[in-house]
Ligand binder design. Sequence first.
Ligand SMILES: Nc1ncnc2c1ncn2[C@@H]1O[C@H](COP(=O)(O)OP(=O)(O)OP(=O)(O)O)[C@@H](O)[C@H]1O
Length: 314
Amino acid sequence: MRVEVRNLRKEFGRTIALAGVSFSFESGQIVGFVGPNGAGKTTTMRIMATVEEPTDGDVLLDGVSVCEYPEVARRRVGFVPDTLPGYPDITVREYLDFFARAHRIGRRERADVLAAVEEFTGLTGLRDKTLKALSKGMKQRVSLARALIHDPEVLILDEPAAGLDPRGRVELRELLLTLAQRGKAIFISSHILAELTEICTAVVIIERGRVVTQGPIQEVVRESSRHRTFAMRLLETPPHEEYQRLVRILAQMPRVERVQLQPQEVLFDVSGDGAVACEILARLVAEGFHVLEFRQTRADLEDVFLKVTQGEVS
Ligand SMILES: Nc1ncnc2c1ncn2[C@@H]1O[C@H](COP(=O)(O)OP(=O)(O)OP(=O)(O)O)[C@@H](O)[C@H]1O
């Protein structure tokens, strides 16, 4: 399955929510969708899931237009919205059964399908509970179960980790990894960027209705970190003058910027590749400094996000 989002445009009156959004991904991939509040994530996802229609542009599922053939798209896409299930007075099983019938799954098959989905999402023991008796994390699982009932090839999740406790997040992550291994194409929005770094194969960063960066996660992180930050620790804290000499030497090196003295280490940015860092290390050792540790601090998705967007992480 190949999902191709093509030049999506969406206007709400005078608000331009999407100003030409394009990206694509395939089965087995988990793609993170990141952007500040109001960037257009929910709007994009709702169009992909056929809940909303674009003003212009289209989403193609293996070449089939979701605008032209929304029923086909609904069979192939599972959507976990950012709102939790309503209908508080019905049980988990009744709720899921309703959606199974909506997907026209016959009675005989339905019992097996529901049992399998409940087991996969850890709801087996909860299926006779009413929705109002469930915690947020449990409701979130019901939402995921509902999206999986018709065994869709594409799974779209809008902020699924919001409000989950750490265990809930780990469990969600494991479920998503399993689903990707089973060949689903997964598209997930989140503000919890560190988590996306761990499970996503690729990322799309959106701001004010436009894609600002996209690609395999490692590439996006690498390309965006023009300045790598290095941390260095000496064997012993040197006397003040020695520290000053160290800072002076670093600051005078052509590719070094922003030298910062921390209680335990010295941080500085290097514009250049690993060879430049090696030269810096060699110079410091030659100057007589006892370098105990010299490492590149990890650039993660959060750094990238802050660099490529103007907005704030919420
Ligand atoms: N039904 C609507 N009517 C009017 N404006 C809307 C509607 N839905 C979204 N918008 C506007 O479109 C823009 C994009 O909203 P969207 O909800 O897609 O952003 P988001 O990236 O999901 O934000 P958040 O992270 O806060 O959920 C915002 O300016 C929002 O106010």
